[in-house]
Design a protein around this ligand. Structure first.
Ligand code: UD1
Length: 416
């Protein structure tokens, strides 16, 4: 089991290049299955979740080759529509192949992803969407099995703007007969990226980013070369690193519109953020002001930045409140932050954070990816050494995190 050790107290300074987006790359990799022509993806981050998705595509028979940050995916050899429990349990997002398999072959059998540390995460919205498109969907023996004699365009109203359900339905509908309209669709930048990728393949999709998506199905999709967007959550994590260490960090490879909800909240705490040579400069200031925030689907504040923001607010001058509305159980990092001296109380879906002047290094455990990121951030500012166990959660989503932070002046080491 790998651990990360951080010796806190250093002010972070310098330039960091943000990697390609994990949450864009995963559905785009799945979408490559929609075509029998090879696709080339650039700016793919070298992280564990992407390696799991590579394994998923290979299990289905696709060819997958990596050259640096480029992935070449050849869907011509796909000969299976079934994904076993082993892979879906490793990573929930492997369920994204379901929409693509249904779109290309009209059928798919995928094991239920199971629960995870941050909530139960059902698949009902995905299944309702597939059903509306004309699939019979059976749920038995831990699998979801979809079969259709031909997909037909339809109107789908999502009860909640689920990111994964929107992506899965978009992929299946891209090759359905006729027009599909998804209302109350997720509006995240990663959905827009998936639309752009699919349209480059020859799909006819518009409206992503606005809440209603219109997909005119096409018979075939081709192969393309595509650059994925920068990772807004990695960018946000480095922005908090600047704020928490009173640092001065320039972020390269960012799209500032994608970061607006994060920038707005960080500015409220007193962190200064300005555009700089096509990137963003983030200047940490003291004292940090307390803020209240609620996680919401985009363009609201992202749930994937909630734990990192909580680490920052643990050091603010005053009391903040965070309400988590997207996931039912996303406060697993609270006990670990408390071990480091944070004063946080939980009331249902709300966390009340009384800022303290100092945190202290401790032995803590990463319970999931973003919880782990929050612990690294707290450790950067804590007095003494922090050992973060279960660091594999962090490597799922952050490329080369130790080196990127080291180059900014952090004392951080991987301890295997
Ligand atoms: C994606 C992101 C994840 C992020 C989340 C919310 C990827 C690979 N992952 O996850 O990092 O935290 O969006 O921004 O892009 N729900 C249902 N029924 C469903 C589907 C979802 O009730 O059929 C609920 C979930 O339990 C959860 C909420 O909707 O409470 C949000 O889930 P969703 O938007 O689907 O997140 P993911 O796509 O799993």
């Amino acid at each position: 089991m790998s651990r990360i050790m951080v010796r806190g107290g250093n002010r972070l300074e310098g330039t960091v290049e943000v990697s390609g987006s994990k949450n864009s790359t995963l559905p785009i990799m799945a979408a490559c299955l929609l075509s029998s022509k090879p696709c080339v993806l650039n700016r793919v981050p070298d992280i564990e979740d992407i390696r799991v998705m590579e394994g998923v595509l290979r299990e289905l028979g696709a060819g997958v080759e990596r050259y640096g940050d480029t992935l070449v995916i050849d869907g011509s050899s796909v000969d299976s529509w079934e994904l076993s429990d082993d892979l879906t349990r490793k990573m929930r997002a492997s369920n994204l192949v379901m929409g693509a398999l249904i779109g290309r072959f009209g059928c798919a059998r995928v094991a239920y992803p199971g629960g995870c540390a941050i909530g139960s995460r059902p698949m009902d919205l995905h299944i309702k969407g597939f059903h509306k498109l004309g699939c019979e969907v059976y749920e038995a023996h831990g699998y979801m099995e979809a079969k259709s004699q031909g997909l037909n365009g339809c109107e789908i109203l999502l009860d909640f703007p689920s990111v994964g359900a929107t992506e899965n339905i978009m992929m299946a509908a891209a090759r359905a007969k006729g027009v599909t309209v998804i209302r109350n669709a997720a509006r995240e930048p990663e959905i827009v990226d998936l639309q752009n990728f699919l349209n480059r393949m020859g799909a006819r999709i518009r409206g992503t980013g606005l809440g209603t998506i219109r997909i005119e199905g096409v018979g075939e999709l081709g192969g393309v070369t595509y650059d994925v967007i920068p990772d807004r959550i990695e960018a946000g994590t480095f922005m908090v690193a600047a704020g928490i260490t009173r640092g001065d960090i320039v972020l390269e490879n960012v799209v500032s519109e994608h970061l607006e909800p994060i920038i707005a909240k960080l500015k409220e705490t007193g962190v200064e953020i300005m555009k700089c040579n096509g990137g963003l400069r983030v200047l940490g200031k003291r004292p940090l002001r307390p803020v209240d925030l609620k996680t919401l689907p985009f363009p609201g504040f992202p749930t994937d930045m909630q734990p990192q923001m909580m680490a920052l607010l643990s050091l603010a001058q005053g009391t903040s409140m965070i309400v988590e509305t997207v996931f039912e159980n996303r406060f697993m990092h609270v006990d670990e932050l408390r071990r480091m001296g944070a004063d946080i109380a939980i009331e249902g879906r709300a966390a009340i954070i009384k800022g303290k002047p100092h945190l202290t290094g401790a032995v803590v455990e990463a319970t999931d990816l973003r919880a782990g990121a929050a612990l690294v951030l707290a450790a950067l500012r804590a007095e003494g050494e922090t050992f973060i166990g279960n660091a594999h959660h962090i490597y799922r989503g952050y490329e080369d995190i130790e080196n990127k932070l080291k180059q900014l002046g952090a004392e951080i080491f991987r301890v295997d």
